[in-house]
Design a protein around this ligand. Structure first.
Ligand code: AMP
Ligand code: MG
Length: 371
């Protein structure tokens, strides 16, 4: 994947604080006027936040360079971090991609509409402002009924990253979007809480072997079943190093982190619980406000601190659904220190641990290892 420089894409070229105030309208998804209004905003080069099955997206016309630049500015996002283009109908691909490999056809057949983003070689129409200067473009067809109706009725290819301020957890409810982007975008479509709660799986099919660039609800196992061999970008669970070049540029940025100092512990369940209990006592004795990211299975075992239960270990979907909401709660409740448990790194657990490890700045302590 070639990175193109010298196109004015560097983060320094955008002044994130200079976003003009815009009156943000919030409309319910069942408002009869909402789709007409959203299309008007998109066609005029404005920005609309809308629900998808993964997280809320912040959309602009992906073929309009100035709309893409507005997205970066509204989010405070570095502009070398490319946007995902969302479509409602398969015919829209024609204008966006240079070719459709066999593996992509299989993926689209099986998983679209759904939480899967595919990287293609871009067509000349797609501006570098949308692809962060890359020769490739990320495309997804979401299944959420509101996203799907907006995209297939307007037929605008909508460039949409997650609708949060850069560095904050992705929004899983309309309140998160209002909190982060009110006054910076034109319209928010309120479609209630989203279901999955973690961003889409990203698969790159431009190389010889398909590669997962970001884990998500569509798991490695599901992709392997369909395509046979599939690689995983080794950068997915590693702490970013100086020369760190993940294939999805966005994966190198600090993300999802609560303001509190978050540390995760792995090991035997009882050992983790008693270790965290001891640390909570110590931190509280020092006057700190302490939180614990627990699960249904352990929430009753913590003796003090604010216990935030992510869901049931046996039901990974419940964990992914709640994770970002709970990371935001850490900020809302003014926690100074948070301790958490780890999850298995397969199936949906890989996506959960990818986000959680980043949130913890890779501070993960294995209690089984001798110090
Ligand atoms: P977000 O939309 O906020 O979930 O972020 C989009 C993610 O997709 C980021 O991690 C980007 O780096 C990644 N992405 C978008 N376009 C491409 C591309 N052409 N090649 C590789 N990764 C991409
Ligand atoms: Mg994002």
């Amino acid at each position: 994947m070639e990175e193109v420089s010298g196109r004015g894409m560097s983060p320094e070229n955008i002044n994130f604080d200079s976003v003009p105030y815009i009156k943000t309208e919030v409309m319910k998804d069942y408002d009869p006027e909402v789709y007409k209004k959203a299309e008007e905003v998109l066609r005029a080069g404005g920005l609309v936040a809308f629900p998808t099955e993964t997280v809320y997206g912040l959309g602009g016309d992906g073929l309009n360079p100035s709309a893409s630049m507005k997205i970066y500015a509204a989010k405070g996002r570095p502009s070398d971090n490319p946007l995902i283009v969302h479509i409602g109908k398969i015919e829209q691909l024609r204008d966006l991609v240079a070719e459709v490999p066999e593996s992509a056809k299989k993926l689209m057949d099986r998983f679209w509409p759904g939480p899967l983003t595919i990287i293609f070689k871009k067509s000349p129409q797609v501006p570098y402002e949308t692809t962060g200067g890359l020769e490739t473009v990320a495309i997804r067809m979401p299944s959420h009924p509101v996203a799907n109706k907006l995209l297939s009725e307007s037929l605008v290819p909508v460039a949409a990253p997650s609708a949060n301020l850069s560095g904050r957890p992705s929004p899983t409810s309309p309140h998160h979007v209002i909190e982060d982007l009110s006054g910076r975008i034109d319209l928010i479509i309120d479609g209630g809480d989203v279901e999955i709660g973690l961003e889409s799986t990203i698969v790159d099919v431009t190389g010889e072997c398909p590669m997962i660039l970001r884990p998500g609800f569509i798991t490695e196992e599901m992709l392997e079943d369909l395509l046979g061999e599939i690689k995983i970008d080794p950068a997915i669970l590693k702490k970013p190093q100086k020369d760190f070049h993940p294939k999805a540029p966005g994966m190198k940025y600090k993300h999802y982190a609560p303001k509190a100092d978050l540390t995760l512990f792995s090991g035997d369940k009882d050992e983790v619980v008693s270790h965290i209990n001891a640390l909570v006592k110590e931190a509280e004795a020092m006057g700190k406000k302490v939180g614990i990211l627990a699960t249904k299975e352990t929430e009753g075992l913590y003796q003090s601190g604010e216990v935030l239960s992510l869901g049931e270990r046996e039901d990974e979907k419940s964990i992914s659904h709640n994770l970002y909401r709970m990371l935001r709660r850490c900020d809302e409740d003014g926690l100074d220190v948070v301790y958490g448990e780890v999850f298995y790194q397969h199936d949906l657990g890989l996506a959960i641990m990818n986000r959680l490890s980043k949130a913890a700045g890779y501070q993960i302590i294995d209690l089984k290892k001798p110090e």
